[in-house]
Design a protein around this ligand. Structure first.
Ligand code: FES
Ligand code: FES
Length: 214
């Protein structure tokens, strides 16, 4: 195994096998499902976001304690910073994707107190007392995937994989609120997550499989 810089986020380290030819499509899908690693040519984070600024701006306390994936993380947050920005570029949780960055595609979906939200349209300062869960927080400590993640693999849900973390988070939120949805209920619950590859039926099959196996 060797380590390479991800094209997704400059400076993010992703472990890849030395011999890429040994990768199967199923291996790729497992990587996408577990940590949200996928191909992205876009970098959304301008230099201004990384420039150190005073610890307090306009009377707003910037040093926050956020509960993310069961851990309390201390992080310096700008007053108008979105949760997606904080997760990806301050906390290194790049499984949460940024697509439209304006509440349309669902790529940035995370759970806030078990409810799915678009993190690109959520101010980090508004969730300082909430439980935040990202795709990185779903698998068990021993590496066992969440049933939704496993079901998406079994149903070959991801194509490019960019939308997959958001799809996973919406499916998890649905099954926590409604463990036995009808296919139509699942379709409606997943309707806020767009997939440019058009793998909707695969994801829907995954949701129904996860529900039936729970
Ligand atoms: S990036 Fe948040 S909805 Fe598209
Ligand atoms: S798998 Fe490519 S956008 Fe959904």
């Amino acid at each position: 195994m060797n380590e390479m810089d991800s094209s997704d986020t400059p400076g993010t380290t992703v472990t890849l096998p030395t011999t890429h030819s040994s990768w199967s499509r199923r291996d790729f899908i497992k990587g996408v499902i577990a940590s949200g690693v996928s191909v992205s040519g876009m970098s959304y984070f301008g230099a201004g976001c990384t420039t150190p600024l005073p610890a307090q701006t306009g009377g707003v306390e910037r040093l926050l304690s956020l509960t993310v994936n069961g851990q309390v993380r201390r992080v310096d947050v700008l007053p108008g910073e979105t949760l997606a920005m904080t997760l990806r570029y301050k906390l290194g949780l790049t499984g949460t994707k940024l697509g439209c960055d304006r509440a349309e595609c669902g790529a940035c979906t995370v759970l806030i107190d078990d409810v799915n939200h678009y993190s690109c349209s959520t101010l980090t300062h508004r969730v300082r007392d909430r439980e935040i869960t990202t795709v990185e927080g779903l698998e068990s400590p021993d590496g066992t995937l969440h049933p939704v993640q496993q079901a998406f693999i079994d149903e070959l849900g991801p194509q490019c994989g960019f939308c997959t973390p958001g799809q996973v988070m919406s499916a998890v939120a649905l099954l926590r609120a409604n463990p036995n949805p009808t296919r139509q209920e699942a379709r409606e619950a997943m309707s806020g997550n767009l997939c440019r590859c058009g793998a909707y039926d695969h994801y829907l099959n995954g949701v129904m499989r996860a529900a039936s196996e729970a």
